[in-house]
Design a protein around this ligand. Sequence first.
Ligand code: ADP
Length: 369
Amino acid sequence: MNRLWVRFALVISGILVLAMILPFITAIQFEMSPELSSELESVLRALPAEQRAELRAQVETAIRFFFSRSLILAAGAGALAGVILSWTLLAPLQELTRGAEAIAARDLAHRVRVRGSRELRAVAESFNHMAGRLEQAEGLRRQLLADVAHELRNPLHVLRGNLQAIFDGVYPLNQTEVSRLLDQTDHLTRLVNDLHELALAEARQLPLDRRPTDLGALVKESASGFAPLAAAEGISLRVELLGAPPTVDVDADRIRQTVHNLLANALRHTPRGGNVLVSVGRRDGAAEVVVRDSGEGIAPEHLPQVFDRFFRGDDARDREHGGAGLGLAIVKAIVENHGGAVSVASDGRKRGSTFTVTLPVVVSRSVGQ
Ligand code: ADP
């Protein structure tokens, strides 16, 4: 009774049987009407008794035969209609069930056929859309795992190699060697911290200690930390404030980290004699920090990828001290956690890059006023 096709068969047969019985009931009532009965009686009475009995018997047999045949036909047709109806309904549902089982068994490439009524087609389309998103997320997860493993493997290899060399007496156990090992562990620690930070930020779980902050002062302070490096590299580093410095409601440490990453990149990708200009101002009611450099620039095909985790340009890949390709992903995640946005523009290779961060201005007065 629990199977859909049995239920359909019973319901449709019942309807058909009723449809067959109703005319009979009406016919019986019609036959029972006094005028008709008396007329029939008078006709029958005109016949000889023997013929009358025979006629009655023949009529009764005909009615019984017609009635039972109609019942069998109605039940048969109902059952058939029930089976066909349930089959057209059940087949797509069964396919969806199989699809769900396949997805549960991690066959994420599985898709169902879109067919049947409009409602069933909508369910199948939603199912396929969901499966597609799951497949994409799984691909990203695998890629992330592979990238993390790759990034961790290199410093671990170096660390192990150096330790082995010291153990075998190939390298002496002196301060230079120990400091090299410390550098490697620092690199690993930075990588793990960055990944942790990024995971929190992307899940929108980064704890933010928001306070009204003078963005101009924050940027100036960050830039001053880079002044010695810029001087040593022969790069001109300037900060300009366009109008009254905007006050933003942010976690100052996180925004400092954002500016730090952008400045570190600008200096890293700008050759000696180049310049880096940071401007702080407002645009369309939002606070804006623009970091512009005259450095190596970014190829147009790489522009959409620079904020991706582990993305590194070709030059950066070859560099011994290049980052892991997490800096800009962290910038983007932090800025978005503050309700802001970050974008990049470059006229191409060797033509400099411009990174723009916008943050909502929550407090319009300056800090301390
Ligand atoms: P990394 O920490 O390896 O520098 P990022 O996420 O900060 O990683 O940057 C990703 C890539 O974007 C870099 O490898 C580089 O190719 C490119 N990039 C970032 N900033 C600049 C810049 N100012 N000029 C040119 N290329 C840049």
